[in-house]
Design a protein around this ligand. Structure first.
Ligand code: IPE
Ligand code: IPE
Ligand code: MG
Length: 262
């Protein structure tokens, strides 16, 4: 089994660099993280280090996303949620924001057929109405086309902020209370979760943050309550299958206690 996976990963994911057999053999496929979340960070620095415009870094980052999706579908991770554009990223120069939005449309248009074939279901989490129309339309098309797939749920966090997500949940709950549909005394964690963007998926087991920052940057504030963190200085465009597999190997060595005792 491990050999078979090794062959698949080696050829399908990273033709230029074979997966390390040791890493794959070290992974216990019966204890994979069900849900991995990634903060795709470091694109700008990757480009600047090479004297290139930041847009080149963002484009290179798309390749790493492609690799991450393949690792998930190959080894059997069920949910991958990636931070692609935060509610704070609007502060960047218009030119960079435009590049990111155009790349999103290009990624969806170019990749959706293959993602669909791979059994990937595309979702988007965030204030989508705030995105440019072309991005909204490309998302709607991709989400509808892939809605029935169940091999991997790929969540794209776009115009996403953890605080904004909680605020919109509170607003919806307040409206339901006002309409007499929710008894205020019944509001508990389960009720709040029903109004989050991620309402029907499990919390992430593993969060990967490349590019060396030691912060959460307003990502999945509610959902990360007991998630294991894996941080690396590697910049997102340099993030390869071997890094992803190492994160899983390390994750499997952790003791998750959820506040209790083992
Ligand atoms: C991540 O890379 C992409 C987005 C935030 C949209 P950055 O653009 O943040 O890259 P750095 O952190 O400046 O290197
Ligand atoms: C987080 O990265 C947002 C995304 C990767 C989309 P940032 O680059 O925006 O985070 P900060 O500003 O370094 O905290
Ligand atoms: Mg950054």
């Amino acid at each position: 089994m491990a050999k078979w996976i090794s062959r698949m990963l080696g050829s399908a994911v990273l033709p230029e660099k074979q997966a390390d057999n040791h890493q794959i053999n070290e992974i216990d496929l019966s204890r994979l993280p069900q849900h991995v979340a990634i903060i795709m960070d470091g694109n700008g620095r990757w480009a600047q280090k090479r004297g290139l415009p930041r847009s080149v870094g963002h484009r290179a980052g798309v390749e790493s996303l492609r690799t991450a999706v393949k690792v998930c579908t190959n080894i059997g991770i069920k949910y991958l949620t990636v931070y692609a554009f935060s509610t704070e990223n609007w502060k960047r120069p218009k030119e960079e924001v435009d590049t990111l939005m155009n790349l999103l449309v290009e990624y969806l248009e170019k990749e959706v057929a293959e993602l669909n074939q791979q059994g990937v279901q595309i979702r988007a989490y965030g204030d989508l109405a705030g995105l440019p129309l072309a991005a909204q339309q490309a998302l709607t098309r991709s989400i509808n086309l892939t809605a029935k797939n169940n091999k991997l749920v790929l969540g794209l966090c776009l115009n996403y902020g953890g605080r904004a997500e909680i605020v919109q949940a509170v607003n919806q709950i307040a409206a339901e209370v006002k309409a007499g549909k929710i008894d205020p005394g019944s509001i508990d964690e389960e009720v709040i979760e029903k109004f989050l963007y991620t309402r029907d998926i499990p919390d992430p087991d593993l969060l990967i943050r490349p590019a060396g920052e030691l912060r959460i940057s307003n990502y999945l504030l509610w959902q990360l309550a007991y998630t294991e963190f894996w941080l690396t200085d590697v910049l997102w465009p340099d993030f390869r299958e071997e890094h992803f597999l190492q994160a899983i190997v390390d994750y499997q060595k952790r003791e998750r206690r959820f506040g209790g005792l083992l």
